[in-house]
Design a protein around this ligand. Structure first.
Ligand SMILES: [Zn+2]
Length: 288
């Protein structure tokens, strides 16, 4: 592979502000390549987390920080850096919803910066006792390789994401254990997790473009929805078109931001060519 460009991510842009990493920590990233996107084409709901983490591992260059020690609350922000720099021409999220006030159908283009974020410094740590006073559960910041629980119950998921209960309680079914706690213990636990919660939140505060009401809109942050998925057929069509117009082959190691630019230039050239052909056809000139 030829020389690859890496860009530095300012640590103070992360929800943790980098305060849990060493003072010499540096996080840099490169853009996704065609090869990365081909790998991602195999993504399904069940392997999405694994594939996104593999991509993140490939694209990050870390100094004085192990990948395993990246905090979970910083993960989405790192992904958004990759995403917005890889898809320069198509990096925005489209979100569509119905305004509850005027019932207009609103289509908004979201930038990563539009998503609500709670910084780590605004979260509150603490502990509670459960199990009749037998077990102390602390608020916790998870690491990127810690288990991620999707139990189908948002309260249980929140408790598992921001406390160390999974390390304190040895239970086959943590969801059932949590849901079967006495009501006061459950609410103490939930309160602990709510206060500890930080990172990118799953909503954006927007305005309706018709009646200008303030709206809070939920955004899908599932791993399978985080990156633009480029179909294999599109990639092949791009390759053929670029080769036809530029006489060059798109290399699998080419950063996708360059691919996007190349394709947009090629499309422009193709359009101009079609236009001039059309003009010739409609106006063949005067024969003498
Ligand atoms: Zn409205």
């Amino acid at each position: 592979m030829s020389e690859v460009n890496y860009w530095k991510i300012p640590l103070d842009k992360l929800p943790s502000r980098g305060t849990k990493y060493s003072k010499d920590t540096k996080i840099e990233f490169r853009c996704l390549t065609i090869r990365d996107l081909k790998y991602m084409a195999a993504m399904t709901e069940s392997n999405a987390r694994e594939i996104v983490d593999d991509i993140l591992r490939r694209c990050l260059r870390l100094t004085d920080l192990r990948f395993e020690d990246i905090l979970e609350i910083d993960r989405l922000t790192l992904i958004f850096y990759l995403r917005s720099n890889t898809f320069m021409l198509s990096n925005s999220y489209q979100t569509e919803f119905k305004c509850p006030y005027c019932e207009a159908k609103v289509v908004k283009t979201l930038k990563p910066g539009d998503l609500a974020v709670r910084k780590m410094e605004d979260s509150v740590s603490g502990s509670v006792t459960i199990d009749g006073g037998c077990k102390v559960v602390h608020s916790a910041l998870k690491k990127i390789t810690d288990p991620v629980y999707k139990t189908g119950d948002p309260d249980v998921d929140l408790i598992l994401a921001f406390t160390d209960i999974d390390k304190k309680i040895k239970s086959e079914n943590l969801k059932d254990f949590i849901l079967n706690l006495p009501a006061d213990e459950f609410s103490k636990l939930l309160h602990l997790a709510e206060r500890a919660k930080c990172g990118i939140l799953g909503y954006a505060d927007l305005k309706c473009s018709k009646c200008f009401s303030d709206l809070r809109v939920g955004i899908d942050l599932a791993d399978s929805a985080l990156f633009n998925r480029i179909h294999m057929s599109t990639m092949i069509r791009n390759r053929v078109q670029v080769s036809k117009y530029c006489g060059v082959d798109l290399d699998d190691d080419m950063p996708y931001n360059e691919v996007e630019m190349t394709i947009s230039v090629v499309n422009e050239l193709a359009e101009k060519e079609a236009e001039s052909l059309n003009q010739k056809k409609n106006n063949p000139g005067v024969r003498r």
